[in-house]
Design a binder for this molecule. Structure first.
Ligand SMILES: *[C@@H]1O[C@H](CO)[C@@H](O)[C@H](O)[C@H]1NC(C)=O
Ligand SMILES: *[C@@H]1O[C@H](CO)[C@@H](O)[C@H](O)[C@H]1NC(C)=O
Ligand SMILES: *[C@@H]1O[C@H](CO)[C@@H](O)[C@H](O)[C@H]1NC(C)=O
Length: 477
């Protein structure tokens, strides 16, 4: 930025450096890491299970955000684990989300805090859990979806644990909180999008187009134990869910390419599909009414410089007309054998110049968008622009954190997977927002309990949270 020193200081008092990108002519500014907090690896939820995997999905509880008179902020986050501690095999983990109350005291100075003092910048406290059920109260499970329930009433065919265990299997990865307390979630098995009531009961299910449904030998097969012949790859489902609040359009993105589009191989998986559904016709009170599939685009995920490997998307967040944040990263850091992460970025993409492939031949799995990982020439993808470097060494050091080297308490976690955005509530910087993110620690603790059984995962990885500050002009809250 070219400007007189004083003018800059007045306009952007929080910026320690000029760090911005332009997308569609709009300037987005990264103002750096402003808070860090964590919950211990061995904390328990109200059911007695280990409180973990918190990063899988996140949303700010509508109406909870407040600016305190002493300069701090308070609010409540909803955090959604995926399907429990499942290192050896899937477990009978009932889907649930937790409420986390926080007090945020943003730290914007250059001077390094100790790791202990840094944790005062984001004080987090677990306050409760909402367990997911079907309409009749039947509990959901995290067990592999080895079975299929026939379509019934307003429900399409649903993934269930087995033909003899008719419980809905959920592996939740995305979440949108509605103002009335109901929730949209996205999952990896279907991969489906579901509406649940404030109390956690199923209200509505949305199926993806045929190209995304997992098919084996011509039939739907929801298992995550092996890859299907076409459709979403095993464990690479609809990981990301976000909403355009103005039009009630839900956007869900696949974690990486479908089998026919390059599959799960990180050398060919960079072309991920983004699906859009208009859900304005669905009642969030009782799930009646229909959604409409209204758009589909291809997002070209970033690849590593050295080996060309895909940096999978772990979260998207709607900013404004056609523009999204995407959290893209490698899997290295705390919780992984390799502690040195090379890339974790809260990046930006725009679909305004990308090809809308909905209701086209690409809905048929016989017509891949990217055969062997090479994008079909008729498609213009949305390209990703790096924005906030989450593992900038200087920024981490301000909070007593580090990347690489020892796997100690101050090592930055590997699997950052969620985003929530809230206004800084500063009249002088009306376009400034706090971006919350949480890591999925995969329930790694030496002192764990999974569905009543004790376990020792061989290490302790705390549930880490970070908050960044950024200028996001035009963000629709
Ligand atoms: C403001 O008050 C809250 C408690 O109400 C406290 O947790 C927080 O640390 C305080 N902030 C500052 C800057 O003193
Ligand atoms: C987005 O995708 C990642 C997978 O990389 C997943 O783990 C994460 O939970 C997803 N987040 C949301 C909100 O969908
Ligand atoms: C995408 O294309 C479909 C038709 O194939 C159309 O109905 C829809 O309006 C388009 N969406 C957008 C956002 O342009």
């Amino acid at each position: 930025m070219m400007c007189a020193i004083l003018a800059c200081v007045n306009a952007v008092p929080h910026s320690r450096r000029d760090d911005h990108v332009k997308v569609n002519g709009v300037k987005y500014t990264n103002k750096g890491l402003v808070a860090f907090g964590q919950l211990p690896a061995n904390a328990l939820d109200v059911t007695g299970d280990t409180l973990g995997g918190l990063g899988s999905a996140m949303a700010l509880k509508p109406g909870s955000w407040q600016k305190l008179t002493n300069g701090s902020f308070a609010g409540t986050l909803y955090v959604h684990p995926d399907r429990g501690y499942n290192i050896d095999k899937t477990v009978d983990y009932q889907a649930r989300h937790h409420t986390i109350d926080f007090v945020l005291t943003p730290y914007e100075k250059k001077k390094k805090l100790t790791f202990e003092d840094a944790q005062a910048t984001l004080q987090v406290a677990y306050t409760g859990t909402i367990l997911k059920t079907e309409r009749d109260g039947k509990k959901t499970t995290g067990l592999d979806a080895a079975g299929i329930r026939d379509a019934l009433g307003i429900d399409p065919q649903l993934p269930i644990a087995s033909m003899s265990d008719d419980r809905l299997s959920l592996d939740v990865e995305g979440m949108v909180a509605n103002a009335d307390g109901s929730f949209w979630i996205s999952d990896e098995y279907g991969p489906y999008i579901y509406l649940f009531s404030a109390k956690g009961a199923l209200l509505h299910a949305i199926t993806p187009p045929a190209a995304v449904l997992p098919m084996r030998d011509g039939e739907i097969d929801f298992t995550s134990v092996e890859d299907p012949d076409s459709g979403r790859a095993a464990n690479q489902g609809l990981e990301n869910l976000t909403i355009d609040p103005a039009t009630q359009t839900l956007y869900a993105m696949l974690q990486s390419a479908t089998i026919q589009d390059g599959g799960n191989d990180d050398e060919t998986s960079r072309y991920a599909r983004l699906l859009a559904y208009d859900v304005s016709g669905v009642s969030t009170a009782d799930g009646s009414g229909d959604s409409a599939y209204v758009g589909e685009w291809v997002v070209e995920l970033p690849v590593s410089n050295s080996k060309g490997k895909t940096r999978a998307a772990s979260e998207i967040h709607f900013l404004n007309d056609g523009v999204f944040l995407v959290l893209s990263r490698d899997g290295k850091g705390g919780g992984d054998d390799d502690t040195e992460s090379k890339y974790k970025n809260i990046a930006i993409f725009s679909i305004s110049d990308a090809t809308n492939i909905s209701n086209s031949k690409f809905d048929d799995p016989a017509n891949p968008i990217a055969n062997g990982g090479n994008l079909d020439k008729s498609i213009s993808p949305a390209e990703v622009t790096d924005f906030i470097d989450m593992i900038d060494d200087d920024e981490l050091a301000r909070f007593g954190l580090h990347n690489g080297d020892d796997a100690d308490d101050t090592l930055i976690a590997s699997k950052w997977e969620s985003l929530a955005i809230v206004s800084v509530s500063d009249e002088e910087s009306p376009d400034d927002y706090f971006i919350f993110t949480a890591a999925d620690n995969d329930f790694i603790t030496t002192d764990g309990i999974s569905v009543g059984q004790q376990y020792d995962a061989g290490a302790d990885v705390a549930n880490q949270f970070m908050v960044f500050r950024a200028t996001l002009p035009g963000y629709l809250t």
